[in-house]
Design a protein around this ligand. Structure first.
Ligand code: NAD
Length: 315
């Protein structure tokens, strides 16, 4: 693990830039005047971007097109593209392997060939699995419970090799549950609770709801990636709010935020679910990363945005 002097970012490629975190990252970089190229297999996000290349990251042809079309200097790649559903990864491990690991390898190769020296890799605490008890630190053994977690753990190994062999700095950011505006279509727990609150879908709690999770606001995550790239950090770092709540508590908070009483169904626990996630922010804090938005404030902003987006979609 290393941290060097701060160095500004000149130009960026974001894989998965059409997604939830990627579109916030694009806005943050464009507002700083940094040119951004996005590679994504979905349509471009509705934000200002300098180049958009549509394609799958596991296809070499996508990277060839990117290389041909790039017209500005790039020194940093943020790798966010991934199949993100843990449960889908259990049902279709081959597909998640192609997207998450082959795709990341192609991204690292593009960096090696193009002289891009800084990478931010969106990893996850699911790479750690249940390999440790108590508070999760960067020293915990990587014992993922699902194919999704395994592809991220393997991605961190690739990152380590590309740092040692080719001098590319890769910050592997082990994110907890990220939430915020712009996620209303996603399958994660906060938007599922929002959809349930307005009567759009069912919501069930797996097990007794006492499993605890860490929820971090998307702006804090974007700021963390930019800080790590600027200080050329290399290695794994956990990042989240540093303060966990149980699923039952989250349900209560969403009920209070929305003013709607939420009564979820209870169903048996699912395979591959971590019993609890509580992370140490010690390294993150030393590197200058901050989780500034409280869960209550963040939920309020996410809920307001959810209602707007939902109203637009309905109207
Ligand atoms: N959101 C979270 O809570 C969370 C937590 C831990 C880690 N992460 C990681 O952060 C990253 C971004 O997460 P997100 O919430 O913005 O996800 P998202 O699903 O909203 O965005 C992912 C984007 O990647 C694109 N993509 C997926 N596979 C691709 C492929 N093979 N080729 C090209 N594009 C592809 C999708 O089209 C999508 O636009 C992911 O790597 C995810 O694993 C997210």
């Amino acid at each position: 693990m290393e941290r060097s002097e701060s160095e500004s970012i000149k130009g960026v490629i974001i894989t998965g830039g059409s997604g939830f975190i990627g579109s916030h990252m694009t806005v943050a970089l464009r507002s700083r005047g940094v040119p951004v190229a996005i590679v994504d297999r979905n349509s471009p996000p509705l934000v200002d971007v300098n180049l958009f290349v549509k394609g799958a990251i596991e296809d070499e042809s996508t990277w060839v097109r990117l290389g041909n079309e790039l017209s500005f200097e790039v020194d940093t790649l943020f790798h966010l593209a991934a199949r993100t559903s843990v449960l889908e990864s259990i049902n279709d491990p081959s597909d998640v392997f192609e997207s998450n690991l082959v795709g990341f390898h192609k991204a690292l190769e593009f960096c090696r060939r193009s002289g891009i020296g800084r990478v931010g890799f969106a990893s996850t605490n699911a790479a750690v699995g249940n390999g440790t008890t108590g508070i999760i630190t960067e020293e915990a053994p990587l014992l993922p419970l699902t194919p999704y977690g395994a592809t991220k753990a393997a991605g961190e190994m690739l990152a380590s090799a590309y740092t040692a062999s080719y001098g590319i700095d890769v910050a592997s950011v082990r994110l907890t549950n990220v939430y915020g505006p712009g996620m209303w279509r996603k399958d994660s727990i906060v938007p599922r609770l929002f959809r349930h609150a307005v009567g759009l879908s069912d919501f069930a709690i797996y097990g007794d709801g006492q499993q605890f999770r860490d929820f971090v606001y998307v702006k804090d995550v974007v700021d963390a990636f930019l800080t790590l790239a600027e200080c050329r950090f290399s290695g794994p770092v956990s990042f989240g709010s540093g303060s966990s709540v149980t699923v039952n508590e989250l349900v209560k908070f969403v009920g209070e935020t929305s003013g709607i009483s939420i009564k979820p169904r209870r169903i048996p626990p699912k395979p591959g679910e971590m019993a609890g996630v509580e992370i140490s922010l010690e390294l993150a804090s030393k590197l200058g990363l901050r989780s500034e938005v409280s869960l209550r404030d963040g939920l309020k902003m996410a809920w307001e945005n959810f209602q707007e987006e939902q109203g637009q979609a309905a109207g």
